[in-house]
Design a protein around this ligand. Structure first.
Ligand code: CAO
Length: 420
């Protein structure tokens, strides 16, 4: 029996992926969960594992090729080596949910019929089962948009009018004319080297440019005296290490920012410009910017308000290791509400971070330094941490930005009040 391997809907806002590496060749026998291809999106690099044991009959894509979700990438023959599984599929009436592999990334289609064997991402048929506002349904109907294919950004993943309109606008966007190289062409004889951008670099570049062009950024600088909390950090490092984590400035900040987002809900929101709405999120997921050999990745610590400092420390270590070793999943990179970017481990004084869309703010952290601080008529040696908060000025006013960073500084200086 021949089965088609397709790229399914993977995550919010992803309609194209890049085939980074093809890990099998035609004629290969593969086992269940063996990686078939490595795909790249602007958010992650991840493997697609095989749902069955079988033989690769045909590979329909090339390395470096951009493919759409739902595009068929391989044909697999499972008749010889996976007879039992094949029979089960026949018995199932040709429509089953494939939940075998760790990320449910695959969608598989019976090639001799028009019936589908689909992954959980491949929603079909019953539109009423998809949570959506009546207006979103109406606009979708009028524009022949399949609402089941959209990723809702409303509460509980409800599809909003804005989701439908952005989908329509995206589809209607004209093909862009080729743009002249922004660096210009080299003057004859000039000593330069052209190097093709990696796919991930190209996607990071596009995201950064879009964020910078769409969001009116303001960066508010601040600082916090972390002498006391640094002592607390050092005193508790061993205990957290026993739990498998590393108690760092980043972990402390994730905990504190979790409290700040509850106190300042606007910083935990997104903007729906076409719908003139502010989308307040009632969950607290924080992205951490991680420097990896492939470039910047931003995994998410989910529900920080419900996690202990120890759990957060373990998770940061785990996710940053996974990001650096190409092991991060898309789920671990999506759903964030606010980002923290700590460059303090590397160096530098201050920087102005770019907001990670559709979020509205990002906290930049630079290297803490000992300084002479004038306290009670005397200079004292204190450890001072520089902070920089970039926020979306469409939603957040200057006074609110200043109040937010001030609250974080206070919490770092006297943390025990808020953590009680
Ligand atoms: N000031 C002073 N020292 C700092 C510090 C700061 N702000 N932040 C970290 N450090 C120290 C840590 O204490 C640690 O010291 P020891 O090795 O002596 O314990 C060292 O620097 C390394 O820290 P770390 O990297 O292990 O841990 P972390 O939690 O502080 O950072 C992570 C984790 C993932 C944020 C970091 O490794 C990283 O990738 N940073 C880069 C982020 C980035 O690229 N941002 C730019 C995005 S564009 O906006």
């Amino acid at each position: 029996m021949n089965l088609e391997i397709k790229i399914p809907d993977i995550a919010e806002n992803i309609d194209t992926v890049i085939i980074a590496n093809i890990l099998v060749t035609e004629g290969n026998d593969v086992k269940v969960d063996q990686s078939l291809v490595e795909i790249e999106t602007d958010k992650a690099t991840t493997d697609i594992p095989s749902p069955f044991e079988g033989k690769i009959k045909e590979i329909l894509v090339k390395e470096g090729e951009k493919v759409k979700v739902q595009q068929v990438i391989m044909i697999m023959d499972v008749s010889e080596t996976s007879q039992v599984q094949g029979e089960e599929l026949e018995k199932e009436g040709k429509k089953v949910n494939h939940k075998k592999n760790n990320q449910d990334l695959l969608s598989v289609v019976h090639d001799n019929s028009d019936t589908e064997i689909s992954s959980q991402y491949n929603h079909q048929g019953d539109l009423s089962s998809v949570p959506a506002s009546p207006l979103a349904r109406k606009i979708a109907r009028e524009n022949s948009v399949d609402i089941t294919r959209l990723q809702g950004t409303g509460s509980r993943q409800r599809v909003t009018r804005h989701d439908v309109e952005s989908h329509i606008n995206k589809k209607a966007r004209p093909v862009e004319a080729p743009v002249e190289k922004s660096g210009g062409t080299a003057i004859e004889g000039e000593n330069v080297t052209y190097k093709q951008m990696s796919n991930i670099r190209e996607l990071i570049a596009k995201n950064m440019q879009e964020s910078w062009q769409t969001i009116p950024h303001v960066t508010q600088f601040g600082e916090a005296d972390i002498t006391v909390i640094e002592e607390f950090r050092k005193n508790n490092m061993e205990e957290i290490a026993r739990d498998g984590g590393k108690l760092t400035v980043t972990a402390l900040l994730v905990k504190i920012v979790g409290f700040a987002l509850q106190r300042f809900p606007k910083f935990n929101a997104s903007i729906d410009m076409p719908g003139s709405q502010i989308i307040y999120k009632n969950y607290y997921n924080i992205n951490i910017a991680v420097d990896t050999p492939k470039g910047l990745l931003v995994p998410v610590i989910k529900n920080v308000d419900r996690k202990s400092l120890s759990e957060i420390s373990v998770e940061i270590l785990d996710l940053s290791n996974k990001a650096r070793n190409n092991k991060i999943s898309l789920d671990e990179l999506t759903g964030g509400c606010f980002t923290i970017s700590n460059l303090g481990g590397i160096g530098g004084t201050n920087f102005t971070p770019i907001i990670y869309q559709p979020q509205v703010a990002i906290l930049g952290v630079s290297r803490a330094k000992f300084q002479q601080v004038f306290i009670e008529d005397d200079f004292k040696k204190r450890l001072v941490l520089p902070l920089s908060l970039s926020y979306d000025h469409r939603l957040i006013d200057g006074a609110e930005g200043a109040a937010f960073i001030k609250w974080i500084s206070n919490a770092l200086e006297t943390p025990f009040g808020i953590m009680k």
